[in-house]
Ligand binder design. Structure first.
Ligand SMILES: NC(=O)c1ccc[n+]([C@@H]2O[C@H](COP(=O)([O-])OP(=O)(O)OC[C@H]3O[C@@H](n4cnc5c(N)ncnc54)[C@H](O)[C@@H]3O)[C@@H](O)[C@H]2O)c1
Length: 325
């Protein structure tokens, strides 16, 4: 298939392009390099530089290139930034999403697989989270993503658009060629590795008095390659399945456990400082991904802490300056 990949220069999108090409698909990357890296785009992919907020440009590109399907990873992704700059988040994630969806409809592209997030749920009490857990986002980031999911649902009803919104929990790990190089980095695992490598100040751990195994917050981590396997399965099954799908492992690791695993993988202490809880951080977020398992046959194969941290560390050691080489 010819797949139009928005955000294909980003962390997750670049792995999607790698795996689409490996599976024999054609990949067209659309990116504006806001956070993505030019060097992360595979040579075998077609690259178009452009911004999702440019409605005419997006509609023209889709009409001209006539992809069979869209994988939509482009987005602004930092929760505190969304609180400070909601215009940016509604602009890119909601309006940009609308431009893509409407451009697709006009061009006759009726299959979309999009990146959504656990942030659409907010801070639910019941764990694990299923797709029918009420969506009550607590940040503009989560709201912006949920609004776009709602548009997909309306287009599905009205125009027969086939859509899958994958609600990712925490994504980690690397392939041999593609790893995480966000600037600034906000994710725990790469930040712990950067702290070990002496390339950032000691890691700050927010909250040590939660009612969890070791008092630190628990999150659900999934290997980026497992995540993309779900997208490839989605591409195959999208004529038959539609809607939101959680992607996580329902095992959950505490911040303390992640730090211990980073120490074990790197054989070094992770420099860290203990801080008070941050407002709005739920103690536990874990996914029930039974729907992805049952409808897409998805089973995570590489999502142990050792595999995620080991692959990320391997990539970081081989690419000490990330993609700035
Ligand atoms: N990384 C995670 O743990 C995680 C968790 C939940 C959801 N997600 C979602 O997954 C998606 C990918 O995340 P990521 O970690 O790879 O982020 P990323 O920042 O590495 O990638 C986003 C890509 O989108 C591009 N982009 C941003 N705005 C654009 C615009 N207006 N027009 C065109 N391109 C634009 C960026 O340049 C970048 O290449 C995002 O939608 C994010 O919300 C990620």
């Amino acid at each position: 298939m010819r797949v139009f990949v928005t955000g294909g220069a980003g962390y997750i999108g670049s792995v999607a392009v790698e795996k689409l090409l490996d599976a024999g698909h054609e990949a067209i990357v659309l990116d504006n390099f806001r956070t993505g890296r030019r060097a992360s785009v595979e040579n075998a992919a077609t690259l178009i530089e452009g911004d999702l907020r440019d409605r005419v440009f997006i509609a023209d590109a889709l009409a001209r290139l006539e992809p069979d399907a869209i994988m939509h990873f482009a987005g602004a992704t930092i929760v505190p930034e969304s609180v400070a700059k909601p215009d940016l988040y509604y602009g890119i994630n909601t309006v940009g999403g609308y431009n893509l969806l409407e451009g697709a409809r006009l061009a006759g592209v009726d299959k979309l697989i999009v990146s959504s997030t656990a942030a659409v749920y907010g801070s639910p009490e019941e764990m694990p989270i299923t797709e029918s857990t009420p969506t009550r986002p607590v940040s503009p980031y989560g709201t912006a993503k949920l609004m776009f999911e709602q548009m997909l649902e309306s287009y599905g009803h009205a125009y027969g658009t086939r859509w899958i919104a994958f609600r990712y929990f925490n994504v980690a790990g690397a392939t041999y060629d593609h790893g995480e190089d966000h600037r600034p980095e906000t994710h725990l695992i790469p930040n712990a590795l950067l702290a070990v490598a002496g390339r950032r100040p000691p890691l700050e751990i927010y909250g040590t008095d939660y009612a969890t195994r070791d008092g630190t917050a628990i999150r659900d981590y999934v290997h980026v390659e497992d995540l993309i396997d779900a997208h490839l399965a989605g591409l195959e099954r999208i004529e038959h399945v539609s809607g939101p799908f959680n992607l996580g492992t329902n095992t959950g690791a505490s911040v303390g456990e992640v730090i211990a695993a980073v120490g074990a993988v790197t054989d070094r202490e992770v420099p860290h400082i203990l801080r008070d809880r941050r407002a709005g951080d739920p103690p536990v977020l874990m996914a029930d991904a039974a729907r992805a398992r049952e409808l897409l046959g998805w089973t995570p194969k590489r999502s142990t802490l050792d595999q995620m941290i080991g692959s990320a560390w391997d990539w970081m050691e081989r690419n000490p300056d990330g993609y700035e080489r």
